[in-house]
Design a protein around this ligand. Structure first.
Ligand code: CTP
Length: 413
């Protein structure tokens, strides 16, 4: 099979990000942003405003990025004339987090009176800002007008959130927590990727079939592999719909999530989502059987040991196949085969009977991979007869490998 590794870098890898930090008590949280982005492979140049220096020092940022953190002292230095223009031109993204009401106002009106605002004015890259300010300042008509001007210009806003602020007041103005901001940065960096304008549908997790109002027949699928596929598709710029069985996993930022319980609900959600879809990745562990009747009231012990009669659920991939031949969508269909014996033979039968382009086969008898854990060991079989066994790797890496192949399949369709 072709080597697709060049497609597999995370969106942060080798990206140049300028992180502006302004005067807010939330400035200390920017250190976590700088640290995580650096760890993910980005080159992070931090620019602090004079007000930010009242809350945090350049040394904090230098320690986590391994690079000089800039202040207004650099605005008038020997290389000053190239510094702001250089950063503004070479950056892939300018993030200002936290952004104060003052800096928002400067950006809205093109004021360039410190290194950060000069850099913002020179920037040719997307700008993402995360406001942090007192509720009165944020809701003030002046700030709201500035927010509107910037939104119209395409500036991406993350937050502010509602909640308790340092002043003790509760309201809109709280800095969104760094993990969520990082998710939005990741999404922004992924825009225009190889799957841009491609619609990818992912199913994840196990379905639950109700016996009565409190009991269900479930399976051991955690949803981790499906959620990793959704993230990997987002990382390549796709428009992602994630159809998920019950799971507490957080939705990858940017994915449209549709929650379902039963196989029947998943079937309906999939059939609705695949209209004009480019790819369907069926990672869900769909129940094959459901109780023939669901008791309306809780089944009581006094009634004796219940006899449960099961009936077959719809096979979702089998239902997709005729829709696909009639409409041409989804353009690519990927199935998953969880097997405890005869892995490749069983997977090949499913690949053919379900009319798939690719099947991801995993041996669920292995203890170090598969259900519930973070790693997976899979073999990829394609409709052309290609077989590739991947080594034990994280579910994120498996997802990247699968998406790289989906990207390749879609290139010709
Ligand atoms: N699948 C489906 N609808 C079902 C059951 C499974 O679309 N009712 C999909 C799964 O999401 C997966 C593929 O079919 O992508 C194979 O699932 P698996 O459970 O391994 O196979 P089954 O067809 O259910 O066969 P068996 O359980 O007998 O191995």
């Amino acid at each position: 099979m072709t080597d697709y590794r060049s497609l597999m870098a995370t969106p942060f890898q080798s990206k140049h990000i300028v992180l502006g930090v302004t005067g807010s008590i939330a400035a200390y949280k920017a250190a976590e942003l700088a640290s995580k982005m650096t760890q993910a492979g980005a080159l992070v140049d931090v620019v602090l405003t004079p007000a930010a220096l009242q809350f945090i020092t350049p040394l904090t940022f230098q320690s986590v990025t391994g690079r000089k953190a800039y202040t207004d002292a650099d605005l008038w230095g020997g290389e000053a004339h190239v510094l702001h223009v250089g950063m503004g031109h070479s950056a892939n993204l300018l993030v200002i987090a936290p952004i104060s009401a003052n800096t928002l106002a400067k950006l809205a009106h093109g004021i360039a009176d410190n290194l950060l605002s000069v850099t913002a004015l020179a920037a040719r890259c997307p700008i993402l800002v995360a406001p942090a300010m007192d509720v009165g300042m944020y809701t003030n008509v002046a700030t709201q007008a500035n927010v509107e001007i910037l939104r119209q210009r395409g500036v991406i806003f993350v937050g502010p959130a509602e909640g308790r602020m340092a002043s003790g007041l509760v309201g809109l103005g709280r800095f969104v927590e760094p993990p969520e901001i990082l998710g939005h940065i990741r999404l922004t960096l992924s825009r225009g990727g190889p799957l841009a304008n491609r619609k990818v549908i992912v199913t994840a997790g196990g379905t639950q079939e109700p016996l009565d109002p409190v009991r269900v027949i479930a399976n051991r699928s955690s949803g981790k592999q499906g959620f990793a596929l959704a993230q990997a598709a987002l990382d390549l710029g796709a428009d992602v719909t994630l159809i998920a069985g019950p799971t507490a996993l957080p939705t990858p930022i940017g994915a449209r999530r549709v929650d379902v319980n039963t196989a029947q609900e998943m079937l309906e959600a999939v059939l609705a989502a695949i209209v004009r879809a480019d790819a369907l990745l069926m990672a869900a562990a769909v129940a094959d059987f459901t109780p023939a009747v669901t008791a309306e009231q809780k089944i009581k012990k006094e009634g004796g040991i219940p006899q449960i009669t099961l009936r077959a659920t719809p096979d979702i991939l089998a239902a997709v196949a005729p829709q696909r031949s009639a409409t041409g969508f989804p353009r690519v269909t990927v199935g998953f085969a969880a097997e405890s014996q005869s892995l490749l033979d069983n997977a090949r039968v499913k690949l053919e009977s379900k009319k798939l382009d690719l099947i991801v086969a995993n041996d669920i008898s292995a203890r170090d991979a598969g259900f519930g854990v973070d790693d997976n060991r899979v073999t990829l079989l394609d409709a052309g007869g290609g077989v590739e066994s991947l080594p034990l790797m994280s579910k994120s890496e498996v997802a990247e490998s699968v998406l790289a192949r989906v990207t390749h399949l879609l290139a010709g369709r």
